[in-house]
Design a protein around this ligand. Structure first.
Ligand SMILES: C[S@@+](CC[C@H](N)C(=O)[O-])C[C@H]1O[C@@H](n2cnc3c(N)ncnc32)[C@H](O)[C@@H]1O
Length: 257
């Protein structure tokens, strides 16, 4: 004889509480698990018009510099950049001004930028064209998924997360990027000794970053607490806006052990 649970599973008896009626017959679908919840994203894709220069840059340089999102197919970084060089990943480059400045000052590095905001991608491509930055590539997709699906283990010399969305309201804190599960997921992609460099102009988020990064056993702080601002980190539009509002700036530089 079947146990009650096995009989429910086999469909020979109904689960308690599911009373059939002619208007609402019990279907086997009713027992299906609820669909998975959509993930909590660290961004909302904002409406934003691309200027003509950004559109032109996207049309001209997109095919060579923007890589498609290919879940489950890790990138061959040497092939993608056409050379072997330390790879720096920037997450959320915004309009790309600090990214382009970094790439220009570090021609010896390959730079992979991730951004979900299309006008930002157009803006960085425009700078790439103007400054002839042949060593920049872009994926226009959620960094959480790109890291998981496309970035080989121990392949990154550095990860830059400069001024990630601070999500000021308490009910939105769950959207903040720098949280223990994200940092744990990012860590294996850094090469040993590789650098995780974060910056923010929002003090409560800086404190959260310091707490989260300090608690990750796979990371060590490059100094004591916050780091001095590196002279090569150019001031982005977002940072400049924060300064006008009287915000401070906090850099954090950690290394993979
Ligand atoms: C506050 S802005 C700062 C942009 C830039 N770093 C700067 O300093 O000007 C944060 C950027 O991160 C992007 N972003 C947020 N979450 C992201 C994710 N999961 N993947 C890719 N980009 C993301 C947003 O679209 C936005 O452009």
């Amino acid at each position: 004889m079947l146990s009650a649970a096995a009989a429910v599973a086999a469909g020979t008896i109904r689960a308690p509480g599911r009373v059939p009626s002619p208007e609402c017959p019990v279907s086997t679908d009713a027992a299906a698990p609820p669909p998975p919840r959509p993930p909590i994203r660290s961004f909302v894709v904002r409406a934003g018009r691309m200027g003509p220069g950004q559109q032109r840059a996207l049309a001209e340089l997109g095919p060579s510099h923007v890589l498609p999102y290919t879940p489950g197919r890790p990138l061959d970084l040497a092939a993608v950049f056409g050379r072997e060089a330390p790879c720096v990943l920037e997450i959320g480059f915004g309009m790309g001004d600090a990214t382009a400045a970094y790439a220009e000052a570090h021609p010896q590095h390959n730079l992979l930028g991730l951004e979900v905001h299309p006008p930002g991608v157009g803006a960085l491509l425009k700078l790439v064209g103007e400054r002839r930055l042949a060593h920049v590539r872009i994926v226009m997709h959620d960094a959480v998924e790109v890291l998981r699906e496309m970035i080989p283990p121990a392949s990154l010399a550095a990860v830059h997360i400069w001024f990630p969305d601070p999500w000021h309201k308490k009910r939105h804190h769950k959207r903040r990027l720098i949280q223990p599960p994200f940092v744990a997921a990012l860590l294996p992609h850094l090469a040993p000794g590789g650098v995780l460099h974060c910056a923010t102009d929002w003090q409560p988020y800086a404190e959260q970053m310091l707490e989260v990064l300090s608690a990750e056993p796979g990371l060590e702080n490059s100094g004591e607490g916050y780091a001095p601002r590196p002279p090569w980190r150019a001031r982005s539009r977002f940072e400049a806006r924060g300064e006008r509002l009287g915000h401070g700036v906090w850099d954090l530089v950690f290394r993979r052990r």
